[in-house]
Design a binder for this molecule. Structure first.
Ligand code: DX5
Ligand code: ZN
Length: 224
């Protein structure tokens, strides 16, 4: 598939050094990353608890790029206006976590944010067939959500392929984001298959030269 969109890189702040958050945010500001990926976990939808509103408020104060907020929480519809007020630009909810997903997507858009829907590795893309025309972004989890630093699930390639095929029947062209275990080895193939937002947590922040790692990744998926 030939890409129309520039491929975005979204470093995941979950893997940053929270004791040096401002330093890490400024590193991302200075890099050619496109979005800040912000993982919110409630200890219910996923086994882990990450961070909440006060931390996101602090991130927003320094971030000079859009905030791509990934909610791994039950009933995310409860917090849509709260995240809009915090300054989220993209708000992604899990299809598994929102009973009235269509309504949730509309509510996110009413608040002026891009509406994303995420799918766990076991969730079939058929679950979002009836909202394909409504979403601005589809996030495929390529690990089970809850933790950074996990191994990429290879089945994601087939799932991505099927998603792109399904989307070809729709007039809508949402961005496709891959989240979990993304690195220099799998990034190119993901983009060739149709992904156009790559989240990278540990691959970026455990690097000795994170800014260069972002730049190399961005370059490798945008210019051959
Ligand atoms: C996992 C999160 C991911 C995570 C990615 O639940 O949604 O965004 O931070 O981290 P890496 O790239 O280390 O797998
Ligand atoms: Zn995420």
């Amino acid at each position: 598939m030939s890409k129309i969109n520039e491929v975005f890189i979204a470093p995941s702040i979950l893997a940053a050094d929270f004791a040096n958050l401002q330093r890490d945010i400024e590193m991302v500001n200075a890099s050619n990353a496109d979005w800040f990926h912000i993982d919110v976990m409630d200890g219910m939808f996923v086994p882990n608890i990450s961070f909440g509103m006060p931390v996101i408020q602090a991130i927003k104060k320094h971030a000079q790029k859009p905030l791509d907020v990934h909610l791994m929480i039950e009933k995310p519809e409860r917090y849509i206006s709260a995240f809009a007020q915090l300054g989220a630009d993209v708000l992604t909810v899990h299809a598994e976590a929102s009973i009235h997903l269509h309504r949730t997507i509309q509510a996110i858009k009413v608040e002026g944010m891009m509406a994303g829907v995420a799918l766990n590795p076991h969730t079939s893309i058929s679950q979002i067939e009836d909202v394909l025309d409504d979403v601005d972004l589809i996030l495929l989890m390529s690990v089970n959500p809850g933790f950074g630093g996990q191994k990429f699930i290879e089945r994601t390639y087939d799932k991505l392929n099927n998603l792109v095929e399904l989307l070809s029947l729709s007039k809508n062209t949402p961005r496709i984001e891959i989240d979990g275990g993304v690195n220099a080895e799998n990034a190119k193939k993901l983009v060739e298959l149709g992904a156009d937002v790559l989240v990278a947590g540990n691959f970026v922040f455990s690097s000795q030269t994170p800014k260069e790692t972002i730049e190399d990744l961005k370059r490798s998926v945008n210019h051959g």
